[in-house]
Design a protein around this ligand. Structure first.
Ligand SMILES: [Zn+2]
Length: 137
């Protein structure tokens, strides 16, 4: 169990996510051996269009969107995280560091009876910072 605490920025971003995803993230922070920050939760359609345009995302069916099927209460079903170590957010951390955090998310989700998916497990487009909530297990 870690003693990591979310920053205000992380909490503000997390607050835009579905309640179940928030619960997973809070438990994941306890289990993770690497500290991390939540950089994004829900995303407006206009921003998603821009991300697809610049190649940062491949889909207009993103779980981040504020208005899509499956989004409950207008909250995001996805979040992005980055590892935090050596005194700063590490945007270029190796995939192994992202995986440490992702494994904590998976453990937390399992304990809470929820299903999540990590973008680092995707085959066609690896999205290491990305975690999305699929629903109840
Ligand atoms: Zn994402």
């Amino acid at each position: 169990m870690s003693n990591f605490k979310f920053s205000k920025r992380s909490l503000d971003n997390l607050a835009t996510c579905h309640d179940d995803l928030q619960r997973v993230a809070h438990l994941a922070l306890k289990y993770s051996s690497t500290d991390f920050t939540i950089t994004e939760g829900v995303r407006a359609v206009e921003r998603q269009k821009e991300m697809v345009r610049i190649g940062a995302s491949k889909t207009m069916n993103s779980y981040h969107l504020d208005s899509k099927d499956g989004v409950i209460d207008g909250k995001g079903m996805a979040l992005d995280f980055y590892c935090y170590y050596d005194g700063k957010v590490q945007v270029n951390a190796p995939i192994s560091k992202f995986a440490e955090v992702a494994n904590a998310f998976k453990k937390a989700a399992k304990e809470l009876g929820l299903m999540i998916e990590w973008g680092g497990d995707w085959k066609s487009f690896i999205d290491a910072p990305h975690v999305q909530l699929l629903g109840k297990a």
